[in-house]
Design a protein around this ligand. Sequence first.
Ligand SMILES: Cc1cc2nc3c(=O)[nH]c(=O)nc-3n(C[C@H](O)[C@H](O)[C@H](O)COP(=O)(O)O)c2cc1C
Length: 390
Amino acid sequence: MLRYFTAGESHGEALVAFISGLPSGLKVDQSLLDRELWRRQQGYGRGGRMKIERDTAHILSGVRHGMTIGSPIAILLENKDWKNWQESLPVEEGDPAKHKPVGSPRPGHADLAGALKYGFAEARYVLERASARESAARTAIGGLAKLFLRELGIEVLSHVIAVGHASIATEITWGKIAALHKRDDVLLNCADPQAEQHMKEEVDFALKNGDSVGGVFEVVAHKVPPGLGTYAQWDERLDARLAAAVMSLQAVKAVEIGAGITAAASPGSAVHDEIGYEKARSFAGFTRKGNNAGGIEGGVSNGEDIMVRGYLKPISTLRRPLESVDFATREPVKAAYERSDVCVVPAAGVAAEAMVALTLAGCALEKFGGDSMTETLRNFNGYLQQLRNY
Ligand SMILES: Cc1cc2nc3c(=O)[nH]c(=O)nc-3n(C[C@H](O)[C@H](O)[C@H](O)COP(=O)(O)O)c2cc1C
């Protein structure tokens, strides 16, 4: 069973991610993990924090001589900003005069709900953990899931569909997404250059007005064989698992599988992907005229690319803050402001790739099992043969 979780605060000493259940014998490419972390830090509209941090995945356990050994893997990501926070967020009691309280909750952030839940007089500890800095830890273990999936021939990537009112006008092929991924200059991670310029204008407008802007990313998982996930139980459906995984990311407020949203207003004849057959063209020879289902039917992967979209609300920390209330006096004040991103759609897409990869890796391990990659790949290849013989 693949299990993973993270620990760490935004301005604490480090983030730590744990993953248990990966088979032994998986080659670990450190440069892939670090590139994933770099990708998560990119995008037009990021705040000053990204200039301080240059994340690297420091593997503490579970990998020896470049390979997984079947033991739990722990990864540490240092927070470079810690040196500026050591005195205000110490582990020991420290000097209360040096604390940096967050005195007025930001509408849309976790500040108020978290302070009420945990009984804090102000929101510092809340935002320290609610912050999406945490998604860097998930991105690191997501990199391991991607390496595992690669062994099965599966690739997971993302691109940006919309920022504010600007959205792509053309259909984006897998080839275009793959080319985008190779670029070393990330603007808004959009494969349509014209749309990307409009997206940049949306961010510029928000920047100029002390505001923020949301958008939509799409994660595509390429060459996923049919048969991952199941309709047998509600919590084993692949669509449900992917929706929870992507929704678990900070600021994602809706998740769409395939053409789920437009499908709700379309006739069935325009939505469902007609079936054909051409022996050499797919895992079992069955073909589709389209992929409105986003590669999942009945909670089971159907052999087409898996398409998951995440809808991001705009960032809640605003340079022109909204109305709030002072925690101490209950008097009306402006919400707190702390150095913040203005647009994070590309970064959220990268973190969502990690969540999709972890989910698919979990489903693949449930189906194919194996304590070593040799065993997993033997089972996987046997299944591919079974599909070819179908
Ligand atoms: C990659 C990424 C970076 C983010 N950066 C910020 C930020 O700089 N400032 C901020 O207020 N929110 C930021 N957020 C969003 C908050 O973390 C999120 O809105 C908050 O934790 C409340 O959770 P919720 O929006 O899921 O309800 C970011 C989200 C993501 C995915």
